[in-house]
Design a protein around this ligand. Structure first.
Ligand code: NCD
Length: 325
């Protein structure tokens, strides 16, 4: 494979990436354009660059994570940064230290980039106000998960050639999903038509105000869509019974070939992972190499995170050159 061309000279105005909210269509395109470059780099034998040499990236995860944390770690390492992973199990949080004390402690070690996942909506924004490095939200409560929406957008743009005008159904546990919120914001910003498909108990009240149409029946919601995005049933965020049983949920809302038959014949199937096979998605559909983009999403995740780390660091470098940092 030929080497990717020179790194595009792109800029992002933001100091932090806290959410999709506040990003313009041009900002989103900038991140996706640079991500395309990193997809090519990641497919080469030598995936390493010196873009972030000398920089320190701390991944601070207060919630479990497989793909997001490992993806941010690989992204930082491929760009040449020193990457430290802090997970709650091994940190002083277990000993009662507050979020802000932990953040200030880490801040004193002069990181350049802090990647944070936290169970409370808004926690990452709060933290960003207290530290003097770039903060990236890796998922805060039910609020936002911007890099997930960006990697989904990259997957869609590469497969379909565009985002504008596509019909996208986001299905399942919308109420507890930061992935759904970030995707709704991004897809609307880029001109897609977004529907949510969920049982009434898992539909956030007032979600229409985000510019989506709501369906409570899969075959209504999936009619003619280009993209089917499935969400995990987030049992850990549920207090009380939101569904009669997972078996019943699968029957009504689980994606199988029958429900999928009303979508466009080339509709793309997506899922952020981790999947509950046989709960929100049928195993055969998830593994269908002609329809499912689920593993491609994981690949795109590393490239998108490299692009975000790179762009935020360009701003740090600009500020340092100007002598304001
Ligand atoms: C998502 C998350 O953590 O919000 N997972 C992920 O980042 N790939 C979705 C989920 O946990 O269901």
């Amino acid at each position: 494979m030929s080497a990717p061309g020179p790194i595009p000279e792109l800029r992002l105005p933001q100091e932090h990436l806290l959410g999709i909210q506040g990003l313009s269509p041009a900002d989103i395109s900038t991140i996706l354009d640079l991500s395309d470059h990193y997809v090519e780099l990641n497919r080469q034998a030598d995936k390493k660059t010196a873009t972030l040499r000398g920089r320190t990236q701390i991944n601070l995860f207060f919630e479990p994570s497989t793909r997001t944390q490992s993806s941010f770690e690989l992204a930082g390492k491929r760009l040449g940064a020193d990457v430290v992973n802090m997970s709650v199990k091994s940190s002083s949080i277990k000993k009662g230290e507050t979020l802000l004390d932990t953040a200030m402690t880490l801040n004193a070690m002069h990181p350049d980039l802090l990647v944070v996942r936290h169970g409370s909506s808004g926690a990452v924004n709060l933290l960003a106000q207290k530290v003097n490095c770039s903060v990236i939200n890796a998922g805060d409560g039910r609020h936002e998960h911007p890099t997930q929406a960006l990697l989904d957008a990259l997957t869609i743009r590469r497969r379909k050639g565009r985002i504008e005008g596509l019909k996208v159904a986001i299905c399942g546990d919308v109420a507890h999903s930061r992935v759904a919120r970030s995707n709704i914001l991004l897809l609307n910003t880029m001109g897609a038509e977004v529907r949510v498909v969920a049982p009434p108990t898992l539909t956030p009240p007032g979600i229409e105000r985000m510019g989506v149409t709501v369906h409570h029946n899969m075959k209504d919601g999936l009619k003619d869509v280009d993209i089917v995005m499935m969400l995990r049933l987030q049992l850990e965020r549920m207090q009380g019974a939101f569904i009669p049983s997972t078996r019943e949920f699968y029957h009504m809302f689980g994606l199988d070939y029958d429900k999928l038959s009303v979508a466009q014949p080339d509709a793309l199937i997506m899922h952020p992972g981790p999947m509950n096979r046989g709960v929100e998605i049928d195993s055969a559909v998830a593994d269908d190499i002609h329809r499912s983009a689920i593993l491609e999403q994981v690949e795109m995740g590393v490239a998108v995170r490299m692009a975000v780390l790179d762009l935020l660091t360009r701003n740090l470098s600009d500020a340092e050159t100007a002598g304001v940092a």
